[in-house]
Write a protein that binds this ligand. Structure first.
Ligand code: MSP
Length: 424
């Protein structure tokens, strides 16, 4: 059956930085969804994808600054990513790198198809490019005439004046809008959905999808003068990893469309507008849900390398262990909203909830089990009122937990689970 396999993805991360607690946030959430779905459907029916986005001007520059060739640079950085995810017990089924031939070849086929079916045309481009965000901006969007309007960025933009290839994004505005409006669960949470609707209502322009002077990218089909704009090829990873267009069609039918693309609010428009339009142009069904969570912030500012203020994730895992970090990130705030991150808060929950509540419960139960029952769980007998209450709780908690998990409400799911931990 189409979509029989539950497919969950994270964004593919730029490897110009080692993973930090911000990148871990999305990956841990996706991991938690994948593990939960495996319990429901069996491992063979779940596919969890993450990976790295390795082309583009930002990576090329980062490599150059370190005196490396781009490929050498990304190879080194990507191993750091894989190593940290391993330390964090991330259970991804595949790891896609956009420099792998399976991606590069498939992307060229995808763009050839879009070219042949009239969704791409050649024209002149003049506009502003932010290298850090790998994003094109209109002059009217710039701050102070030459700065990136993303409040988390604000860097100077570059003038790009070149002929290039364009994707007919504007042709899809009405269909994407209708899809977002008719499918309330397509863009979640609701506040993000409203943001997408109002953005589309302001009108969409066709999108320049090539760069002329940039060498570090995938060559545009049949035109070696151009490389494909890093964002549009990166989005294709969700398809190329599962063998589109020329892989096993049986597998593809079972797995596509994805059930949930997880990402943070900073890259929602790419996923909720450009990506659906590209899929429509390829005549493929759209993912069931694009879920944009909030940012991890420290004193109000997004946790990121350039802003500083975060610690190496591998070190944090050494200090607290992967499970405490997972627990904290999923328990502390409503998934979807921004969350203030601090190690003090992590330690508070570690001590009171994991140490006291859960740890004491385990210690006490195991202690008594050994002391009074020779380490063997006895049959329940002579039940009293308290036992019946407990049994009732054990009956009702799993259903409530499942509903929260299916709704991507990690915090409520954990609160529900804790009814058992503190009720015992
Ligand atoms: N390469 C693109 C994504 C392409 S997907 C087809 C990109 N990469 S990124 O390395 O900048 O990662 C962005 C993603 O990292 C965010 O959408 C989010 O999932 C995660 N986060 C990075 N910093 C974060 C926080 N401070 N808080 C929450 N999530 C964070 O954009």
């Amino acid at each position: 059956m189409p979509g029989d396999i539950f497919y969950v993805s994270t964004p593919i991360y730029y490897p110009n930085d080692v993973p930090h607690v911000g990148t871990a946030y999305t990956t841990i959430a996706a991991d938690c969804i994948a593990r939960f779905q495996r319990m429901l459907k069996g491992s063979e029916n779940v596919f969890f994808l993450t990976g790295t986005d390795e082309h583009g001007q930002k990576i090329e520059q980062a490599a150059k600054e370190r005196g490396n060739e781009p490929q050498e640079y990304v190879d080194k950085m990507v191993s750091a990513f894989q190593e940290v995810w391993r330390k964090m017990n991330i259970s991804n089924d595949d790891f896609i790198r956009t420099t792998q031939p399976r991606h590069e070849i498939a992307v060229q086929k995808i763009f050839k198809k879009l070219l042949e079916n009239g969704n791409i045309y050649k024209s002149e481009y003049e506009g502003w490019y932010c290298v850090h965000d790998e994003t094109f901006w209109l002059p009217s969007q710039l701050v102070d005439g030459n700065k990136c309007p993303n409040p988390e960025c604000g860097r100077e933009v570059q003038l790009v004046r070149e002929d290039g290839y364009f994707f007919r994004l504007s042709d899809y505005a009405d269909r994407v809008l209708a899809h977002v409006e008719e499918n309330p669960n397509f863009v979640r949470p609701e506040s993000r959905r409203n943001e997408v609707i109002s953005f589309i209502n302001q009108g969409l322009q066709d999108l320049c999808i090539t760069r002329k002077k940039l060498k570090w990218g995938i060559q545009f089909p049949d035109d070696p003068e151009y490389t494909i704009y890093v964002w549009v090829e990166a989005l294709c990873n969700y398809l190329t990893a599962i063998g589109y267009p020329d892989g096993n069609p049986e597998f593809f039918r079972k797995i596509w469309p994805a059930n949930i693309h997880l990402l943070a609010k900073d890259i929602l428009r790419f996923h909720a507008i450009i990506w659906p339009a590209m899929l429509m142009a390829l005549e493929l069904p759209l993912p069931e849900c694009v879920f944009a969570h909030g940012w991890l912030v420290m004193e109000g500012a997004k946790v990121s390398k350039s802003k500083g203020g975060f610690r190496n994730l591998a070190e944090m895992i050494n200090d607290y262990g992967p499970d405490s970090i997972r627990y904290f990130l999923l328990r502390e705030a409503t998934f979807g909203l921004d969350m203030e991150f601090s190690e003090e808060a992590l330690l508070r929950r570690y001590n009171s909830e994991l140490g006291n509540d859960l740890g004491n419960l385990l210690n006490r139960s195991l202690g008594m089990l050994h002391k009074y029952c020779n380490g063997i769980v006895p049959e329940a007998r002579d039940k009293n009122e308290a036992d019946y209450k407990l049994l009732e709780m054990f009956d009702s908690v799993p259903e409530k937990f499942r509903a929260h998990m299916e709704n991507v409400e990690f915090r409520s799911a954990l609160e529900t689970l804790w009814e058992l931990v503190v009720g015992l």
